[in-house]
Design a protein around this ligand. Sequence first.
Ligand code: Z5A
Length: 210
Amino acid sequence: MSTNKGKFITLEGGEGVGKTTNVPFIRDYLESRGIPVTVTREPGGTLVAEKIRGLLLDKNSEDLTDQTEILLMFAARSQHLKKVIQPALAQGQWVLCDRFTDATYAYQGGGRGMSLAVIQWLENFVQGDLRPDLTFLLDIPVEIGMSRAKNRSVELDRFESEHSQFFDRIRQVYLQQAQHYPARIKVINADQPLESVQEQLIETLNKLLS
Ligand code: Z5A
């Protein structure tokens, strides 16, 4: 049984759905309700995990095999869990994480075609019984997300340089995950003005708070 005093919230979705935009909004809302929040991200969140992130996103390095990619994701996650997420939850902080293991199901499972059973085994091995209390899945059609991401005018990384079918498969697996875990994963229609997206976020946060 979990001894965590804080709640673990993750944000998920494909390219350019608005995770980075909405993380500070959720943090500010929770803090305004007196809740201490640790904001973090995956891959990354610790010194070593951020170095692994650099390896994973670098498109000018040697090709990574799909096995290397997934093992690096879980290596970074293990470090992040032990050094940041679990200590914060144990102290009563709420942890707000930009992407977590649903991204591995979507990107490595859906995108790369890795076995979902292997991902599940690694999830249990690295996380034990720790799962998010709430996951926001920001959902928009792939082409809209890609065009939003391109408008940011930064160089595309190794994942962002993939083709649209890769992102179609990712979206499908995310939506399947939401069907499997309807109590945990809240699908947000992110193809709306930011204010409407944020109204949906607050509605769900209020349920968790009450
Ligand atoms: N990855 C993986 O493969 N496996 C794993 O297990 C994990 C990750 C954990 C790094 O992720 C990569 O790691 C990721 C998957 C892989 N690669 N990809 N792709 P990341 O989260 O750091 O990077 P990202 O997915 O590329 O995030 P992003 O492109 O920065 O998207 P975002 O944060 O969701 O979007 P945003 O930056 O908030 O918004 C994009 C633009 O849209 C921006 O100009 C906003 O102002 C605008 N925006 C936002 N909301 C709206 C609305 N509602 N209307 C109009 N415009 C909006």
